[in-house]
Design a protein around this ligand. Structure first.
Ligand SMILES: [Zn+2]
Length: 175
């Protein structure tokens, strides 16, 4: 593998997205849509700033790491906000449609509607809906390399509702 297109980080563990090489961190925030991805890749990031995310927990890197998580959670690393959020003054804030997120979670949890039907009803792809139902952003957290960190943005659903949905997803073996 070679260097990350966005930040220049060189690692064998880099991912491939379409025809581009991306590191773990940049891959995580990369948008799905092609034109958005292009824009995302144009906005370069200094790879050394992202280092704290990659480094294993060590006391010296902790403060920097917190600062980066804050940045991520304020939308500064994201080119597109998750459904139900928008980026305003470089902050991740609830969008006008934020209640729809709770509706999705509650509908999935409280009814027998299938994931496919629910996706159709709300005009999502099944994968898009899965991503929403598993997105830790909605409870105020940020997920990185399989670790959950506290963000600084406003949660828009309760942890209880989120956890119940995760249990149901697991029960139904939806990955
Ligand atoms: Zn990168």
């Amino acid at each position: 593998m070679s260097k990350c297109t966005k930040c220049g980080h060189d690692s064998e563990k880099n991912h491939k997205k379409n025809d581009f090489i991306l590191c773990d961190v940049c891959f995580y925030f990369a948008p799905e849509e092609n034109d958005e991805l292009e824009q995302y890749l144009k906005e370069k990031v200094d790879g050394s700033l992202l280092k704290t995310f990659r480094r294993k927990e060590n006391p010296a890197g902790k403060r920097q790491k917190r600062a980066m998580i804050k940045k991520a959670s304020q939308g500064k690393l994201m080119s597109r906000a998750p459904f139900g959020y928008k980026i305003e003054n470089k902050q991740l804030v609830p969008a006008e449609n934020y209640r729809e997120v709770e509706e999705l979670f509650e509908e999935f949890l409280g009814t027998k509607i299938s994931l496919t039907q629910l996706a159709k009803k709300h005009n999502f792809s099944v994968n898009g809906l899965k991503k929403i139902l598993k997105n830790f952003t909605y409870i105020g957290k940020i997920k990185f390399n399989n670790q959950i960190h506290n963000g600084t943005h406003q949660p828009i659903i309760s942890s209880t509702l989120f956890n119940h949905v995760q249990n149901k997803l697991e029960k139904l073996k939806i990955r």
